[in-house]
Design a protein around this ligand. Sequence first.
Ligand code: FAD
Length: 257
Amino acid sequence: MQKKLSASLKDFSAIRIGGRADIVYFPETISELTELLAEKPALPVVGGCTNVFFGDLPELVCAKYLNKISEMSGGVVAECGALLEKLFDFAAGVPATVGGGVIMNFGAFGFELKDFLRSVRVWQNGAVKTLAVEELRLGYRSADFAGVVLSAVFKRKRLEKKAEYLKQRQEKMPWGQPNIGSIFKNPAGLSAGQLLEDAGLKGFKYKDLQVSEKHANIVVNNGAASARDLLELIERIKQTVQEQTNILLETEARYIG
Ligand SMILES: Cc1cc2nc3c(=O)[nH]c(=O)nc-3n(C[C@H](O)[C@H](O)[C@H](O)COP(=O)(O)OP(=O)(O)OC[C@H]3O[C@@H](n4cnc5c(N)ncnc54)[C@H](O)[C@@H]3O)c2cc1C
């Protein structure tokens, strides 16, 4: 198994925010991953790091080399580190993985990953298990499940509108600027981005961070922002929106530190 010592976690997170990890493990087979988890059950596991920012950590597992995809009768099996955009057009342009996609129930353009999932192989309580989709209790950008996704079986691929969805993302998002997609979940029936815009926060700058001028639910890192800066900005935004609307926003982006 490959390992990186004293790794800069900035180089992993899509928003380029992170401290250091003493060791980052890169398992190359599922059994290397489960053997590692059997020895160190509390290790955090990440995939594409498109929804996370980091503080300092002792150890981390990055699943990006567990990326096999194989067709089978009635579906497709993908390891946790496989890129979602190789399977689903609605993830076009986002380097998110199957594991992170399942845990966040990735969704866009009216689709959600749970609609395509058949079953999931997981590491849970020290054992490998196969779970039916219902057992993960997937909701809006959430899973009620504690464990590690090893691989997933999908009913089918969907790649028809890849170019169209990529174009739409490039038009609507601050493309090319470091970001982790939506920072907040949309409250029921409302748009978090619109709430931020109405609160006058579009374009708001805080240290080296900025609420995107193009999409108010996305924060970009203009260079040297730290995890503390982003956590502070998130709190400020929540407070401002709550003062103005009485709505408490829920954070979608995840801090690991
Ligand atoms: C440009 C851009 C566009 C985006 N657009 C969308 C969008 O349209 N829709 C949407 O839903 N999201 C979007 N996102 C957010 C992000 O891509 C999703 O949340 C995605 O599901 C995260 O996948 P990941 O592999 O990057 O997970 P990571 O960021 O690596 O991890 C996310 C969480 O999942 C956990 N995790 C990762 N792998 C595993 C595993 N194998 N087992 C257990 N836990 C695991 C991590 O510990 C962490 O808590 C976007 C992000 C970016 C940067």
